[in-house]
Design a protein around this ligand. Structure first.
Ligand code: FES
Length: 84
């Protein structure tokens, strides 16, 4: 069972989960803000809407398409994850 770090908090999730599922299981729905400060979170769950972006190990990813790996560090509300 992989252990992730979400905003510095250790969370264990089932193998095969997406990062988005790990976040939602931890009760996290808002992942970032728009440029105007509106809260943003996952909508489609299949890689189309781009609303689930977050930093995973320093890279901007769509969390719904990113599988969990042991030791990942997830950062929410990060610079560079705004709307364009
Ligand atoms: S939830 Fe839409 S791209 Fe991830």
């Amino acid at each position: 069972m992989p252990e992730l770090w979400i905003e510095g908090r250790a969370v264990r999730v089932p193998d095969g989960s997406s990062v988005l599922a790990a976040l939602q299981n931890a009760g996290i729905r808002t992942l970032r803000q728009s440029l105007s400060g509106e809260p943003r979170g996952a909508l489609c769950g299949m890689g189309s809407c781009l609303e689930c972006r977050a930093l995973v190990d320093g890279r901007v990813v769509r969390t719904c398409l990113t599988p969990v790996r042991d030791g990942q560090h997830i950062t929410l509300f990060a610079e560079g994850v705004h709307d364009r």
